[in-house]
Design a protein around this ligand. Structure first.
Ligand SMILES: Nc1ncnc2c1ncn2[C@@H]1O[C@H](COP(=O)(O)OP(=O)(O)OP(=O)(O)O)[C@@H](O)[C@H]1O
Ligand SMILES: [Mg+2]
Length: 263
């Protein structure tokens, strides 16, 4: 069987800030299979972005094992890790992170530069990726000449241009209005459904999270257990049923986040 696309085994990540240690992740184990569609939810500061950076090989765990396509990233040099990342993973961030003075097509082509693809081929593939996100008519616009939703679509095209197995999106709709956010979500879901790209999305929006196939809940640097399915009452023995309390607790425990507000 193929290795999972991404695998974290008991990873921690601590930051040192002015001599004080911040334990952003305190032991997280998680597997992302190819074709997965998972939402990462949890309060601000709980460690969601830290987890995404680790999953994407943008950062290395303090302890624990992180595997990308079955390879332990601890065994890779910085250059090798950059190559694995470039070939496997696409990132989409809340703030788009496009190069301001660079056209849409050249922004999208950027990951291919690091793969040694020639310029004409880069531009062809970047144009195709922009077509896929409905931005084929804006190849030569710079980010400032595009709307927020258009910039995010360019960022998605950049994430896709290398045919990644996994798309990691950290609040990709956080800076967009509801309708534009909806378009971006529809695009991510289409990629997941039709092209089998695994999608992991961080969101504060519980409606967005509910659309994913599963929810990963982060709190204080740990994963919360996924709530058990609501037990089906046994009609033959009503006397044995407790009066519904465990279920109530499960449901109450399910609500995580900042009351649906977008940051
Ligand atoms: N570079 C850093 N140096 C020191 N501490 C950091 C650094 N990055 C994050 N932290 C701390 O680690 C914790 C987790 O941060 P992280 O960005 O992962 O949270 P988050 O869940 O993404 O929050 P939000 O929903 O606000 O984006 C926070 O307490 C944060 O202050
Ligand atoms: Mg964050």
């Amino acid at each position: 069987m193929a290795a999972p696309a991404l695998e974290a085994v008991d990873v921690t990540r601590s930051y040192q800030l002015d001599g004080v240690r911040v334990d952003a992740l305190r032991g997280v184990s998680l597997t992302i299979e190819s074709g997965d569609y998972a939402a990462v939810v949890g309060p601000s500061g709980s460690g969601k972005s830290t987890l995404m950076h680790l999953l994407g090989g943008l950062d290395r765990p303090t302890t624990g094992v992180l595997r990308v396509g079955g390879r332990d990233i601890a065994s890779l040099s910085e250059d090798e890790l950059a190559q694995v990342r470039n070939a496997t993973i696409g990132f989409v961030f809340q703030s788009f992170q496009l190069l301001g003075r660079t056209s849409a097509v050249d922004n999208v082509a950027m990951p291919l530069v690091y793969r040694g693809v020639r310029r004409a081929e880069r531009r062809r593939r970047a144009g195709e990726a922009l077509e896929r996100v409905g931005m084929g008519h804006r190849l030569d616009h710079r980010p400032a000449q595009l709307s927020g939703g258009e910039q995010q679509r360019v960022a998605i095209a950049r994430a896709l241009v290398g045919d990644p197995q996994v798309l990691l999106a950290d609040e990709p709709t956080g800076n967009l209005d509801t309708r534009t956010g909806e378009e971006v979500m529809a695009l991510l879901e289409e990629l997941n459904r039709n092209q089998g790209v695994a999608v992991v999305i961080v969101t504060h929006d519980l409606d967005v999270a509910a659309r994913a196939h599963r929810q990963i809940r982060v709190r204080d640097g740990r994963l919360e257990p996924t709530p058990a399915p609501t037990p089906t009452p046994d009609p033959t023995s009503p006397a044995k049923q407790h009066p519904g309390r465990p279920t109530e607790r499960h449901l109450a425990g399910e609500v995580v986040g900042r009351g649906g507000a977008c940051s």
